[in-house]
Design a protein around this ligand. Structure first.
Ligand SMILES: O=C(O)COP(=O)(O)O
Ligand SMILES: [Mg+2]
Length: 222
């Protein structure tokens, strides 16, 4: 069988919904922020559909749900500050690694691939979370949603990583759970691999037409 990694040198991974199931902590942070503002609390299932465009969008979607209309700039600012404080206080209390992640990253490294992390999550949370799971040293480069001028679905962070690590985009693969990962990968000229178990705004990820769809990360090695 043709492997999606044939001829590739760099594998870039999304974080939330791809390597980790982080919604329990993202939801707790958002619920605490909304409660602090005297607003109703969404449940974890609702919050999962709002993840994927970074912290500001998550808060904006939560506020719009709670208010029934778009939040004012002042409320958005207060909500984002509260979310960053609450989530930052416990970014991995209930977060778990998805199946096969640690072993797959190790195996890919042993096979000579460079690994990178490209998330829309604010950069400040990346190292604490990856460090907690013992995964930080696998990645040659980690980019957050606020690290560069644009975030996914822009191809900019992907092209930045390829350039910084000296790998042609056609020798790179983007692995993610959301249409933003697939769109960014397609626009950057990366091969794209989708995982169906993450957060994709309630849509099937196949609709984004990734080059491959796999059930778990370990299938990258087949
Ligand atoms: O913070 C988010 O919205 C999700 O980030 P991701 O890009 O790691 O899925
Ligand atoms: Mg994701």
């Amino acid at each position: 069988m043709h492997n999606i990694l044939s001829g590739k040198r760099l594998v870039a991974f999304d974080l939330d919904g791809t390597l980790i199931d982080s919604v329990p902590d993202l939801a707790a942070g958002l619920q605490a922020a909304l409660a602090e503002l005297g607003l109703p609390r969404p449940d974890d299932v609702q919050v999962a559909d709002w993840v994927g465009n970074g912290a500001a969008k998550l808060v904006e979607r939560g506020l719009a749900w709670a208010l029934g209309e778009s939040p004012s700039p002042e409320l958005q600012e207060a909500g984002l500050a509260a979310f960053m404080r609450h989530y930052g206080a416990a970014p991995f209390a209930r977060t778990v690694l998805h199946e096969g992640v640690a072993a797959t990253l190790t195996a890919l490294e042993e096979r000579g691939f460079r690994l990178a992390l490209i998330t829309n999550k604010p950069e400040r949370f990346i190292a604490p979370i990856l460090g907690h799971f013992g995964l930080l040293e696998h990645f040659a480069l980690c980019i957050g949603g606020d690290s560069l001028a644009e975030k996914k679905p822009s191809p900019l962070p992907l092209l930045y990583v390829a350039n910084a690590l000296g790998v042609e985009p056609r020798a790179c693969v983007m692995v993610g759970d959301s249409r933003h990962d697939i769109q960014a990968g397609q626009a950057a000229g990366f091969a794209t691999v989708a995982l169906p178990y993450g957060y994709n705004h309630g849509e099937p990820i196949e609709a984004s037409r990734p080059d491959a769809c796999i059930d778990s990360l370990a299938a990258l090695l087949d």
